[in-house]
Design a protein around this ligand. Structure first.
Ligand code: MLC
Ligand code: AMP
Length: 538
């Protein structure tokens, strides 16, 4: 197989602040369109420079400590993108939060991260500002998806010029919360060096076309509070001076409408599954497309094959994590090899990846073990959790991903499972321990187990199996309703069963594998719930 050698990815810019390299890549013609929205708004490269300067000036006027966190829970908008870039430009630390998080979840993040600034949508200002001020946050701004809010009102009074704060590669750029196996979310601390090295590697490996070569146009349809939409997609476009067609929400019809004017699309597998249901997905619509990227969750081989049949394109599957940004990728250029469905490709240039057995020995080619990684993209550690950080690294500096996989003779990695108890639903991570904690706190619940079962749309969904306390009659719908009132919507189990007891092994551990099999396709049957509940109650 053809081999390409890579020189280590290096930015041409002296300042290691990621924004310095991103903005240096903006096209010479700053009046050209950088971001186009579905409502017909166009933002030029100059608009991005001006607006990020104004917001950076506003942030700087607040006299924040170095390393101060800017926590942001807002709907997707170009102004939210500007806030992210302005935070980098001002040398502060960006902390994005899923818009689905409700008050208990937000309280935890604010308490844990102690942000100096919180930005939220106007409709949430009442409860979020209360939480933030109670925890010592000095400034709370609003930012709405219609270009209104106190952040923009205040920034409007500041100049359109601002330098780029000097930062070293080791300085923090962002904290991404990723739920913990013990139920507590952990903030993965990512540095300017982590993000920049990964963006430079991907620019080359995915053969982004420079504006001089006709350029690429990215359809951005992912949320911007996780690694995929925030880093992989945005950095990919900006570091290449490529325009983005910006969709506030994933809508298959809007994506298809944008496709003839685009060349690159990135999505989690659910996005491809939903696009495949559209009759409008035709070779004609994808005629200008160069690259389809999938990641964040396993893609079924059927999706890969169906996509190729319908469009003639082999989806490029890659693998990454909040803690590491991108780790492996299928090849983009034919000279780098073939895209092989069901695999996540080879380790990216600069990434060391090994598969270890439980005795910390590398397994032979083709055999299964725990995936461990090392490289300039691997995070600095978990925010305020030095012990947890130490546990997750080996003595020789490899990060234990918690993913289980194998590498074949050609160096292609296949993810076969996870050692961490984690459900990935539509590209969002759901940690059973966290949800079980909430279920167990419901009055009348004795214990519970959450398991992931296959789902045609989301890939995998959570199913809750609950045991009530003796004599208590609780039905599944009531449990789901209580969870909906408390938890981010994607964490709410899609089905719930009330049963007499959970299966346990000789050690007393709940046998989740049995529950997965038992509840795989089992329909929700109200009569059976009642019977099970009554049996238990009786
Ligand atoms: C929404 N729901 C979900 C869900 N998204 N349930 C489970 N899993 C999800 N992912 C809930 C809704 O609240 C609703 O509940 C019901 O399911 C149906 O919702 P929908 O209208 O179909 O959802 P929609 O708004 O269309 O969102 C679906 C989606 C979205 C696939 C577009 O989930 C999405 O954007 N996913 C991408 C996530 C992502 O970017 N991950 C990257 C992580 S980074 P109800 O009860 O109200 O009916 C990472 C690293 C890496 O992992 O490698 O990239
Ligand atoms: P997150 O914590 O949201 O960053 O999720 C990271 C996890 O998503 C990884 O540890 C993997 O389990 C999973 N993941 C990401 N990309 C892929 C992929 N292409 N195939 C299978 N799993 C993936």
């Amino acid at each position: 197989m053809a081999k390409t050698t890579y020189s280590p990815a290096k930015s041409a810019v002296a300042n290691d602040n990621l924004f310095a390299t991103l903005s240096a890549a903006f096209p010479k013609d700053c009046t050209a369109c950088a971001v186009e929205t579905e409502t017909g708004l166009e933002y030029s490269w100059q608009d991005l420079l001006d607006a990020t300067a104004m917001v950076a000036n506003l942030l700087e006027s607040l006299d924040l400590e170095p390393g101060a966190r800017i926590a942001v829970q807002v709907d997707k908008s170009v102004e939210a993108l500007i806030l992210y870039l302005a935070t980098l430009r001002a040398g502060l630390v960006y902390l994005p939060l899923n818009t689905a998080y409700q008050s208990a979840e937000m309280a935890y993040f604010i308490e844990d991260a102690r942000p100096a600034v919180v930005v939220c949508s106007g409709s949430n200002f009442g409860w979020i500002s209360k939480l933030a001020f109670q925890t010592g946050t000095a400034h709370v701004f609003t930012l709405n998806d219609d270009r209104t809010g106190s952040l923009l009102d205040r920034a409007a009074h500041f100049p359109r010029t601002h330098g780029v704060a000097d930062r070293s590669a080791d300085d923090l750029a962002a904290i991404i919360y990723t739920s913990g196996t013990t139920g507590r979310s952990k903030g993965a601390m990512l540095t300017h060096g982590n993000l920049l090295s990964n963006a430079l590697v991907l620019q080359k490996y995915w053969a982004w076309r420079s504006p001089a070569q006709g350029g690429d146009v990215l359809i951005h349809a992912l949320p911007i509070f996780h690694v995929h939409g925030l880093f992989v997609a945005i950095h990919g476009a900006l570091i290449n001076g490529s325009k983005m067609i910006w969709l506030a929400k994933f809508d298959p019809k809007a994506v298809l409408q944008a496709m003839p004017r685009a060349t690159v699309f990135m999505g989690v597998p659910t996005l491809y599954v939903r696009l495949l249901t559209e009759p409008g997905l035709t070779p004609e619509v994808v005629r200008n497309m160069r690259l389809f990227v999938s990641g964040s969750a396993p893609m079924l081989i059927e999706t890969f094959t169906d996509w190729r049949q319908r469009t003639g394109h082999a989806i490029l599957e890659r693998y990454g994590m909040s803690e590491t940004v991108m780790l492996t990728s299928n090849p983009c250029r034919p000279k780098d090899g073939k895209r092989i469905g069901g695999t996540v490709g080879r380790p990216l240039p600069g990434v060391q990846l090994r598969v270890q057995d439980e005795n910390a020995k590398s397994v032979p080619v083709g055999e299964i073990g725990g995936i461990e990684v090392k490289g300039p993209n691997v995070f600095k550690g978990y925010w305020n959790m030095p012990d947890k950080t130490a546990q997750e690294f080996t003595a020789d500096g490899f990060f234990k991903t918690g993913d289980v996989g194998r590498i074949d003779g050609n160096g292609y990695v296949t993810i076969v499972g996870r050692s961490k108890d984690l459900i990935i639903s539509g590209g969002y991570n759901v940690y059973p321990a966290e949800i079980e904690g909430y279920i167990n706190a419901i009055s009348g619940v004795a214990e519970s187990a959450l398991v992931g079962v296959p789902d045609a749309d989301f890939g995998e969904v959570g199913v809750a199996v609950v045991v009530t306390k003796p004599g208590v009659l609780l039905d599944a719908a009531a449990i789901i309703a209580q969870l909906k009132a408390t938890l981010a919507n994607f964490k709410v189990p899609k089905r719930c069963y009330v049963v007499a007891e959970l299966p346990r092994n000789a050690m007393g551990k709940v046998q989740k594998n049995l529950l997965r099999t038992e509840y795989h396709w089992r329909p929700v049957n109200a009569a059976r719930f009642r019977q099970e509940t009554n049996n238990h109650a009786g």
